[in-house]
Design a protein around this ligand. Structure first.
Ligand code: SF4
Length: 293
């Protein structure tokens, strides 16, 4: 088996062999890691369980971060959506947003999370997969299929561009995480391989240009709330794809465009905290107070 480095190759191989994307990717991972497919699935299950633990932990703790900028938002969301009805985000979307913020806050507390693809964007994929699992009763096996599908999306994109805010802005972190989550949602809803890829690419291209400008250089503002937004964004992309909406620009060309935007983006907007939100007067005050200078 040869490596698969593009969405077009992934679709061609999957469709030619009449396999779903997760089946192709677990076979490829087994080959690359010199393991069998059961071992790959067990490793994925272990990550899924860690993701679930980080949601539980994130929801059980509510305390301000050392900088004072974050830490209480998951609980605010939890309170809004428990025992209430007739809210626009009641049910699935409210849960997804809450879980995503909870995991992200847990990351900020230095708790155990799964970087997917990065620590800064760690809430998005788990929030979508676990929430769908709870809402629709998907088995652990189906959730593992979804997580491998998300991994396939991340792996294909990562082979074409760097997934780091310092290299390509937040489009490469929360944007790619949203793409991964969108593809996972389509797998869970039994969409086609084409729909899985188009969901990912619709999510990604609609956050093209998203900069990385963390206040005080900490992965808190805007990162934590952004995880909440991008998880819901993933659902929008998956629903569009499941309805048959496709990206006019082919998936691999979209990835190249996102990569190009990352190259063109000013270094001041790539995690250096020299511009954007990080350069506001309030951000400078927070930075001075936190680092005591
Ligand atoms: S803003 Fe920067 S640090 Fe925060 S999640 Fe996005 S890429 Fe990561």
């Amino acid at each position: 088996m040869e490596n698969i480095v593009s969405f077009s190759q992934l679709l061609e191989y999957s469709n030619q062999h009449d396999k779903r994307i997760y089946q192709v990717m677990q076979g490829l991972e087994a080959y690359m890691l010199e393991k069998n497919e059961d071992q790959v699935r067990n490793l994925t299950l272990r990550n899924l369980k860690t993701m679930k633990s980080s949601i539980e932990k994130g929801l059980s703790v509510s305390s301000l971060s050392p900088s004072g900028m974050s830490g209480l938002d998951a609980h605010k969301l939890l309170k809004r959506y428990e025992n209430s009805s007739n809210l626009p985000f009641n049910g699935l979307l409210g849960r997804i947003m809450t879980y995503s913020v909870a995991i992200s806050e847990e990351n900020q507390r230095m708790g155990k999370i799964v970087a997917c693809p990065t620590a800064g964007s760690c809430g998005i994929v788990p929030a979508v997969i676990v929430s769908y699992g709870q809402e629709y009763g998907f088995s652990e096996e189906q959730q593992v299929n979804a997580l491998i599908t998300a991994g396939a999306t991340g792996k294909i994109i990562a082979q074409q561009m760097h997934l780091a805010g310092a290299v390509a802005g937040c489009q490469a972190e929360c944007g790619v995480a949203s793409a991964m989550a969108a593809s996972a949602a389509v797998e869970l809803m039994r969409g086609t391989n084409d729909q899985i890829v188009h969901a990912a690419i619709l999510a990604l291209k609609n956050v093209m240009g998203l900069v990385c400008d963390p206040v005080a250089g900490l992965v808190e503002v805007p990162c934590i709330k952004r995880n909440g937004f991008m998880a819901v964004h993933a659902v929008s992309a998956s629903e569009m794809a499941l309805a048959g909406v496709q990206s006019v620009v082919p998936p691999d060309e979209v990835v190249q465009a996102v990569k190009q935007v990352g190259v063109l983006m000013s270094p001041m907007l790539k995690e250096s905290s020299e511009a954007g939100l990080a350069a506001t007067e309030s951000a400078k005050t927070i930075t001075r107070e936190f680092f005591k200078f």
